[in-house]
Design a protein around this ligand. Structure first.
Ligand code: GSH
Length: 193
């Protein structure tokens, strides 16, 4: 049964899942939320209307981390996303939570505040992102977080890690496919990357 992914190319959580699919060249039908009617189908499947959403046969799987674990279990490829060893798997899940909760969400907080145009809370959200950046890494999280609050020269290891992630073909593809939507970025997408 073919997989179907409801996603938007510019969405960080969607890029997280797209990278997992592309790393293993897993075939799937891409329902791009930019296309007419796709959002209505998404809402019918998942009334909370957050994306990405994966449909696998008669199953609807939501939440990017759960989708990736589902792919690892039911559609494994050469790249495994959850290590076999339980303690190492726990470390991977911990990092995944840290990326989502403290980098991705902090970055999204700054973006949402920019959309609401409330500068005070924007500074607060930016500061939260800055505090977590030194300790955390994940491709879409660091990609967009650096746009919100550039990773400074004081963090060469983190900058180098972000550069390596951007050079990875699966994530480079995600960046390319989202490029045409950069005008959606309320803080102004920087002229780099
Ligand atoms: N915890 C969710 C977060 C998903 C999420 O926040 N997706 C954003 C796009 S990056 C979204 O659906 N935004 C639309 C909205 O909030 O209405 C996951 O990991 O999949």
């Amino acid at each position: 049964m073919p997989l179907t992914l409801f996603a938007h190319p510019f969405s960080s959580y969607c890029q997280k899942v797209l990278v997992a699919l592309w790393e293993n060249e897993t075939p799937f039908a891409y329902r791009d939320l930019e296309e007419p009617g796709v959002r209505d189908d998404l809402v019918r499947l998942w009334p909370i209307a957050k994306f990405p959403v994966l449909v696998d046969g008669d199953r609807t799987i939501v939440e990017s981390s759960v989708i990736i674990e589902h792919l690892d279990r039911h559609h494994p490829g050469t790249v495994r996303f959850i290590p076999e060893e339980p303690e190492v798997a726990l470390e991977v899940r911990l990092l995944d939570r840290v990326f989502d909760q403290h980098v991705m969400n902090a970055m999204q907080g700054a973006v949402n505040e920019a959309l609401r145009k409330t500068p005070d809370r924007l500074d607060e959200a930016k500061a939260t992102a800055a505090a977590a950046l030194a300790d955390c890494a994940a491709a879409p999280a660091l990609f967009y977080a650096d746009w919100v609050h550039p990773i400074g020269a004081a963090h060469p290891t983190l900058r180098a890690y972000r550069a390596r992630l951007l050079a990875r073909p699966s994530f480079a593809r995600a960046v390319e496919e989202g490029r045409r939507y950069r005008h959606y970025f309320p803080l102004g997408a920087p002229d780099r990357d």
